[in-house]
Write a protein that binds this ligand. Sequence first.
Ligand code: DX5
Ligand code: ZN
Length: 228
Amino acid sequence: MVELLPSILSSDFAHLADEVAAAERGGGTAIHVDVMDGHFVPNITLGPPVVKSLRKVTKLPLDCHLMIENPDNFIPAFADAGADWVSVHYEACRHLHRTLELIAQHGMQPGVVINPATEVSLLRPILGMVHHVLVMSVNPGFGGQKFIPYSLTKMRQLKELRQELGLSYRIEVDGGVAHDTIAAVVENGGELLVAGSAVFDGGHAEQNARKLLAAAQKAAELESWGVA
Ligand code: DX5
Ligand code: ZN
């Protein structure tokens, strides 16, 4: 089933609660929270205190995408703040297996993220441990970038691997997901669709989310008929 995950990175932080509520009314089913440390990625955003505030204004799962070095040091704080899903980058974890275990031990759903230049096959040993695999379809750090088409191949590979290994992780996609790309993303196996600028740019988050989700659902329906 396809789901829309509005990414608050592109929202108006001065009106965060309203922005989240609008995205939720538009059909968003989890809120994507981009955490950046200025080291792993060339940008800085927010941390556990903002997650704690978000927790007070929505019941939707908070999907925390950690673009940080040494994520182990912050996992307890994200759990205390009320995060539901926590994903860490393959490229940022020296002991990825340990980090995923730590997330699960703190009662959160673990996810793993790969950058555009990282191969899907590297994840094989840990795929049984994750709730979701996040394919970055832009280089992480900023909203509003152009979708990288090769990420479609990675989604297909993850779908095939899931079948081959008998697993049930969800396939999440982040970066450049918008009206012109969302159908291709869904046709190639994307299920948890993160969208920042396509939802929040220019206001009207509710309408934007609704239109995007409708396009994704239409693509999913055509796909299920085998006519996409
Ligand atoms: C980028 C972030 C994304 C970002 C996507 O590093 O991980 O979640 O919000 O923004 P758009 O949808 O504008 O590409
Ligand atoms: Zn993200």
